[in-house]
Design a protein around this ligand. Structure first.
Ligand code: ADP
Length: 166
């Protein structure tokens, strides 16, 4: 069984992430979407919310499971009995970062291979941070996320607005 792991913050999970997960799930027997705990990063959504959104987006794909992890991603991959890490590449800055991280990860865990999938043109400009920014400014981002993610973004900005009004 060839199992791959697709790690990320997924804050929140977008249709760009879903596209990479769908394509990776077609290449491997199983795919684990692994949501990073990353306590030092400031996320809009809690770990549980990020897992929930990824799970809902992938539920129609039977060979995808969603999990969370903390610490070194290569250690997590080895623990799960996987040998492949999947990443998505949107532009040259993603590629530069992934090349550096891939080299470090192969030094740490020589048996783990990084597989890079090129973003589809319709999602190549899409990032979770840009999406949150546009949504906060009132832009329509509904085509880039699932209805659940849109609802959770709406709830979050309503909460933020009402706590800043108080
Ligand atoms: P970032 O790496 O920007 O903090 P994530 O950790 O959520 O965002 O992303 C997880 C992985 O998904 C990374 O490999 C990232 O390059 C990739 N990714 C993010 N958005 C897209 C997209 N729109 N199309 C393809 N890959 C993407």
């Amino acid at each position: 069984m060839a199992i791959a792991v697709y790690p990320g913050s997924f804050d929140p999970f977008t249709r760009g992430h879903l596209d990479i997960a769908t394509r990776a799930a077609a290449l491997f027997d199983g795919l684990i979407v692994a949501v990073a705990r990353d306590a030092e990063k400031r996320h809009m959504f809690s770990l549980e919310e990020r897992v929930q959104m990824a799970r809902e987006a992938c539920e129609h794909l039977p060979n995808i499971s969603v999990d969370s992890f903390g610490g070194l991603v290569v250690e997590y991959i080895v623990t799960r009995g996987a040998r492949v890490m999947v990443k998505g590449v949107r532009d040259s800055s993603d590629l530069e970062r992934e090349a550096m991280m891939g080299a470090m990860n192969s030094a740490l865990a020589p048996d783990v291979e990084t597989v890079l999938l090129i973003a589809r043109p319709e999602y190549a400009f899409l990032s979770s941070s840009l999406l949150k920014h546009v949504h906060q400014l009132g832009g329509d981002i509904s085509r880039f996320v699932t209805p659940l993610v849109l609802r959770m973004l709406d709830d979050k900005s309503r909460d933020t607005r009402s706590s800043s009004d108080a």
